[in-house]
Design a protein around this ligand. Structure first.
Ligand code: SF4
Length: 353
């Protein structure tokens, strides 16, 4: 059982982050925010797979104005991602942003940061500050000889102090590095220094085949330590994949439920069934189900009965037939050609109940 680190709770629109709130899953659009229709379409796709918070990039005035139109047609809170220009942050707040992601360090002038903080305070909008290994100040890079955890922490602590000096504490913090070990170490250290909620991520993790592994290791280790209150998986892919991966990471650790869990054996020389084919068919059908049912598809009687018994429903293969298990007990023996149908029927019965 993972014991989560205690943090402050902050509110982003209707969503709580930190405290006793479930760890939320967020993503970022990859559209040009000025293209309102395209951005809304992508956000709705994200909503469909359970995204709870979405960030959009606001590089200019037109994109900052676009979020008022976007907000009207989406149902999850929206984070405005702004760099350098404080006027865009003010415009985003006016346009209805639920949270800001900015680095006060790259706004540079203190009074400009103050203006943003004042507007965010008046509207009760939180600000995520954070260090990213790719954009640390040169002074810290030379002081620490690269984007080390110490450099990341110093960068983020400077940002936090700047906001705290302005009596602002509605803060979420991130320390994302491309290097997995640096990410883990940075979050581990900062979590003992501050009690603001932490946004976890391994930045620029890459395309799915490597990015999912890097994100799962980085976030998985931290989540096991009880660290992390909201997560974003960064992939060079459709953001829908980021959300699905985020939930799968949380589900693997028992931190959130996210639809069915399919346990299937890798098969070996003992396999008695065409398990690859069966698993493919079952996986396809399970993708249409939202209930958190556990299904086991196992190739033989070595580990098969044990795993199938632990699942809500499962099969363990034998020569030409399979044993069908329901809630820990053998329900019946089914011929191989009828196995998938029988398994899917059992799944449907359980889901209906
Ligand atoms: Fe091999 Fe049986 Fe284990 Fe599957 S369950 S990997 S077939 S021993």
């Amino acid at each position: 059982m993972i014991k989560r680190r205690k943090t402050k709770k902050i509110q982003v629109g209707k969503l709580d982050i930190g405290g006793d709130a479930p760890i939320s899953v967020q993503s970022m659009t990859k559209t040009d925010t000025r293209n309102v229709e395209e951005t809304i379409r992508q956000i709705r796709n994200l909503e469909r797979v359970g995204c709870e918070l979405v960030r959009v990039a606001l590089p200019d005035k037109e994109s900052a104005l676009a979020i008022s139109k976007i907000k009207k047609r989406i149902s999850i809170p929206l984070i405005a991602d702004i760099h350098f220009d404080y006027r865009l942050a003010l415009l985003a707040i006016d346009s209805g942003a639920d949270k800001l992601r900015l680095n006060p360090g790259n706004i540079r002038t203190k009074w400009k940061v103050k203006e943003v903080v004042k507007a965010a305070s008046q509207r009760g909008i939180p600000i995520r500050v954070g260090a990213n290994s790719g954009s640390l100040p040169k002074s810290l890079l030379s002081k620490y000889k690269g984007p080390t955890p110490q450099a990341m922490i110093e960068a983020v602590m400077q940002q936090i102090r700047l906001l705290e000096d302005m009596s602002f504490s509605n803060i979420v913090v991130s320390l994302k590095a491309t290097d997995v070990s640096t990410t883990i170490e940075s979050y581990r250290r900062i979590s003992s220094k501050i009690d603001y909620p932490l946004h976890l991520g391994v930045t620029e993790a890459g395309p799915p085949n490597t990015g999912i592994v890097r994100s799962s290791i980085g976030m998985g280790v931290l989540l096991c330590m009880g660290i992390g209150d909201t997560i974003r998986v960064s992939l060079t892919a459709d953001p829908v994949e980021e959300v699905k991966t985020g939930y799968r990471i949380l589900q693997s650790l028992g931190l959130r439920e996210y639809g069915p869990i399919l346990i299937s054996c890798p098969t070996c020389g003992r396999c008695e069934l065409n398990l690859l084919q069966i698993t493919k068919q079952v996986e396809k059908e399970l993708s249409k189900i939202k209930s958190p049912i556990k299904v086991a598809v196992m190739g033989c009687v070595v580990n098969g009965p044990g795993e199938a018994r632990e699942a809500d429903v499962g099969i363990a293969g034998a020569k030409g037939y399979g044993l069908l298990f329901r809630k820990g007990k053998i329900a019946r023996k089914v011929k191989e050609k009828d196995l998938v149908r029988a398994l899917l029927q059992e799944i449907e019965n359980i889901v209906k109940r």
